[in-house]
Design a protein. Structure first.
Length: 280
């Protein structure tokens, strides 16, 4: 009998991390939500029924609620503490398990949640089915260059201090693969592009506090033991030496992938891969 594959993420730990983020650090979600709305503003149509998947602190829901057209928004979030702060219709669910009927929504939006889905192709298929024909998926997730500085510093420090390394930062999708994943999931006219957001911090500990406050700390099922003080100190020194900015602070890079795809409809042009561009 085949054994089940080892899970990539500890779902309970991830939910607890999001619980802990309630009322915490929200500047990055606010910024990415605003960039999603900028893309939505380029589409001249109304979306009466909308799903905000992984609503987090509600930044995207608040931005969408301000749009004209009398939109009904369903906020879906695995953390009860985060969901409690959301307004309107609320559903507590993991983004990997979409509990909605087929053809339920005109628009599915998601702000910085899909990178926590181990089976991203399966989730995209579920979202395409949840969309009405000619419905829109508009999502943002972290890409492959996210926290490259932190990965480098932790890798080198752990190797030097402990003689081996453990996974500390989640695997991510590369831009070149994103539109293809949408197409495989059955979306028409898929488009993927990326933008880079650089944030500076006084030191490594300040960065790690912000990641904790965002609910973006390590939730991998493997390699979740704590760093020793010596390893953490060496990682901070490596980070400061390798990735300083001009003011002596450290830089943290967040690459955000933006995914756009349409549920098929006979009125659409033949499905084709969309343009891919990199900004920043």
């Amino acid at each position: 009998m085949d054994q089940p594959a080892d899970p990539l993420f500890d779902r309970r730990a991830w939910r607890l991390h999001r619980d802990r983020a309630a009322g915490g650090v929200d500047f990055l979600h606010e910024e990415v939500a605003a960039r999603l709305i900028d893309r939505l503003d380029l589409i001249n149509r109304d979306f009466p029924m909308l799903l905000d998947l992984g609503t987090h602190d509600g930044a995207l829901t608040r931005a969408l609620a301000g749009r004209p057209g009398g939109t009904t928004i369903v906020a879906a979030e695995p953390s009860l503490k985060l969901l409690a702060a959301a307004s309107g219709l609320r559903v507590c669910t993991d983004p990997e398990l979409i509990p909605f009927c087929d053809a339920s929504f005109d628009l599915v939006s998601s702000c910085l949640a899909l990178h926590w889905c181990a089976d991203l192709p399966g989730v995209l298929i579920q979202l395409r089915r949840a969309l009405k024909p000619d419905g829109l998926l508009l999502a943002a997730m972290f890409g492959g260059s996210t926290l490259v500085e932190l990965r480098t510093a932790l890798f080198e420090a752990e190797l030097a201090e402990e003689g081996g390394v453990s996974p500390r930062v989640s695997p991510t999708v590369e831009l070149g693969d994103a539109a293809g994943l949408l197409q495989r999931a059955g979306f028409a006219m898929p488009v993927a592009d990326s933008e880079t957001i650089a944030v500076t911090y006084p030191d490594l500990l300040a960065l790690m506090r912000d990641l904790r406050g965002m609910g973006e700390t390590n939730a991998l099922a493997a390699g979740r033991h704590y760093l020793s003080r010596a390893t953490l100190a060496r990682a901070g020194a490596i980070y400061a030496e390798r990735f300083p900015d001009r003011d002596g602070r450290i830089t943290a890079t967040f690459e955000v992938l933006f995914l756009v795809g349409w549920a098929p409809h006979p009125s659409q042009a033949k499905s084709r891969p969309g343009p891919r561009r990199r900004i920043g």
